[in-house]
Each structure stands twice: as C-alpha cells, then as structure tokens.
Write a protein that binds this ligand. Structure first.
Ligand SMILES: [Zn+2]
Ligand SMILES: [Zn+2]
Length: 179
C-alpha cells in the first residue's frame, strides 16, 4: 500500500509487525521489517537501512541477515526481550542515530520507553507522520507492559509525551493507520 511518493507499507499478517519503506537514490530505508522475508525482499533494495521501533522479533525477523539499528536500551536487553520467541538468529545490532535524513524525508527519533526500555517513535517532520511502533495504536490502543522489561509507568509518561506532538497521521507497528 502506498503512503505517498516514495513511501509504502506492508501491513503485518498474523503476529508480524507492519513494515514501512522509504525510497531514495541511496536505496531503501525501512522502519521495522516484520517477519515475512519474501515480502521484505520484494520491497527493499540491496543493503537496505533498517531502523527498529524496538527489539521484539516480530519487528525484525524478516531482516535478520541485515544490520539493525536499535535504541541502546533495547540492545542491552535484546536477549531477554526476545526470550519468548524460540530459535531466533542473532542479528548484528547498531545504535540508532537521534535524527536522520533519507531522500525527501526527515526523521526525528523520540524516546518512548515502556513497552520495552528502548522503544522509540519516529516522527517524519515534513509530512507529520508518527511511526509509533508498539507504544500507541489506532483507536487509542496502547502497548503492553507485561512482557519482559516492560514498564507501565514509563509507558504512561511516553503516551503523555506523544499527546503533545502535532502529527497528522499515526502509523503504528500493528494494524491500520489513523488520521
Ligand atoms: Zn509488535
Ligand atoms: Zn513489541
């Protein structure tokens, strides 16, 4: 599904997260990759750049062979975060930048701990798109905090922070977008 010029989404099937793709002359940037490797490869260039909203495997398994950029707090508890998934490959992890440009897009990283300690949202400043991972969903749904390293109070503070943000479209880690 197209989001706009040079931006598209694969909505997750089953437990897979959504995957968002941004094209530029440098190749593809992805926010989360989901679990479907064939669908991921179809939409990504060679050597795509992959940024994760957090470390849960339903957001990166499709891209396990690529380098994954992730908040440091989730790098530090990556094993524990994924202890509920069995038999996972071990991907190469790198620290997320604080902001980055990609083609016509300009992203800011917003730290929103709670669902996991290193959960982030990505705010695309030109279109005012908010990629909210598993922190906030359509229709007011919020992330679970009962999984390893989850923290309810931190999530509530993060949701408050998002409320103060002027976004026009919410693009969550699972389910449909919301205006
Ligand atoms: Zn998820
Ligand atoms: Zn999650």
């Amino acid at each position: 599904m197209k989001l706009g010029e040079n931006a598209r989404v694969i909505l997750g099937n089953g437990y897979s997260s959504n995957a968002y793709f941004f094209g530029s002359p440098e190749g593809t940037l992805c926010i989360d990759a989901g679990t479907d490797e064939a669908a991921f490869r179809e939409n990504a260039s060679d050597s795509p750049k992959i940024l994760l909203t957090h470390g849960h495997a339903d957001h990166w398994l499709a891209a396990a062979r690529e380098k994954l950029f992730l908040h440091e707090a989730d790098i530090n508890c990556f094993g524990e975060l994924n202890s509920m998934f069995g038999g996972l490959p071990t991907p190469q992890l790198e620290k997320l930048p604080r902001s980055f440009e990609w083609g016509d897009f300009s992203f800011k990283v917003i730290e929103t701990p709670g669902h996991t300690p290193g959960s982030v949202c990505f705010f695309e400043e030109k279109n005012k798109w908010l990629f909210s991972g598993d922190t906030l969903f359509a229709e007011g749904g919020v992330g679970r905090t009962d999984l390893p390293c989850g923290n309810r109070e931190a999530l509530e503070a993060s949701l408050k922070l998002l409320e103060s943000l002027d976004y026009s479209l919410l693009l969550p880690g699972h389910g449909a977008a919301e205006e």
